[in-house]
Design a protein around this ligand. Structure first.
Ligand SMILES: Nc1nc(=O)c2c([nH]1)NC[C@@H]1CN(c3ccc(C(=O)N[C@@H](CCC(=O)O)C(=O)O)cc3)CN21
Ligand SMILES: CC(C)C(=O)C(=O)O
Length: 285
């Protein structure tokens, strides 16, 4: 079903159904940057998508706090809790053989300080995650340092940080004009604190490119242009299950919403019309 995109040589590529690396580790992501190999990351929150994306060769799956709006039906990321995210992390971990699973720390579970961050992150690691992600640059270096020292790989997240939308002043591009140096400084701070990678969200392309060139760790862009080492999208956006307003940075690669809705309508029609179930779906005496 899946066609290989591998060139067939012996270089262990990160992305692709060739599966030459049996289990993705953070060092593989660093090596990919050194080779100049770009890679995709997707969110996943459940068994079926985790399995499909893993088999498609997606090397990193993020159980995002975006489960808030994409699973639980909240309007923003703010309400979702550690208790709500933990079962989703467990489901994704159980359904993944190769991909590196990153657990997002939800709003309110790490900001109080390194001790709170460590307690929360340990819970996600015990649930089977391989790394955690948290939002914030310079203001989070203590947390990032504490987790890294405890053996927990940290993915940073700078630029637009949805958990602090009320301080940032809404969903806005970061890194324009006077903000540019703040975004660059945040990315450097995250790296120096020990992060193995960093998400750049809604950052201007030149700033993202500069950060990508300056840092030895992979940058993962969402609305940060083509210059980052990796790209991430929320899967319901990418596959067209989310039919809501589409941010500029989203590309819809399928229309899954239409497929599911058509299936539901066909099922309903056949039940009403008495054509389902047929003989083949029925047990004889
Ligand atoms: N479905 C979904 N996709 C996401 O990418 C996503 C979530 N949920 N939930 C958590 C955060 C919130 N994110 C978002 C959501 C919307 C915009 C947005 O509306 N952006 C506008 C405004 C940009 C501007 O100010 O110029 C856009 O058109 O891109 C941005 C980031 C990214 N994350
Ligand atoms: C958009 C990505 C990077 C994210 O943080 C999430 O899905 O929660």
């Amino acid at each position: 079903m899946l066609t290989s995109t591998n060139s067939g040589d012996d270089v262990p590529t990160l992305y692709g159904p060739g599966k030459k690396i049996s289990r993705i580790r953070t060092r593989h992501l660093l090596e990919a940057k050194e080779r100049g190999e770009k890679w995709p990351m997707l969110t996943s929150y459940d068994q079926y998508t985790a399995r499909l994306f893993d088999e498609a060769g997606i090397p990193v799956l993020l159980v995002g706090d975006s489960a808030a709006n994409n699973v639980y039906g909240y309007e923003t990321s703010l309400p979702v809790t550690t208790e709500e995210l933990l079962p989703l992390v467990k489901a994704v971990v159980r359904s993944t053989q190769r991909a590196l699973v990153v657990a997002d720390l939800p709003f309110g579970s790490y900001e109080a300080g390194p001790e709170q961050a460590l307690a929360t992150a340990v819970g996600f690691m015990k649930a089977g995650a391989t790394a955690v992600k948290l939002e914030g640059g310079q203001r989070m270096v203590e947390q990032i340092r504490a987790l890294t020292n405890a053996g927990i790989p940290v993915m940073g997240h700078v630029g637009f940080t949805p958990q602090s939308e009320h301080v940032v002043g809404g969903y806005r591009v970061q890194g324009r004009d006077t903000q540019a140096q703040a975004v660059v400084a945040d990315a450097h701070a995250v790296y120096e604190a020990g992060a193995f990678s960093v998400v750049l969200e809604m950052v201007t392309a030149p700033v993202a490119e500069q950060v990508t060139k300056e840092l030895p760790i992979p940058t993962i862009g969402i609305g940060a242009g083509p210059g980052t080492d990796a790209q991430v999208l929320v899967w319901q956006d990418m596959a067209g299950l989310n039919q809501g307003r589409k941010p500029r940075f989203v590309k819809r690669y399928a229309n899954v919403a239409e497929v599911i809705q058509q299936a539901a309508q066909d099922f309903a029609d056949e039940v009403k019309g008495g054509t389902f179930p047929a003989q083949e779906h029925t047990f004889d005496s």
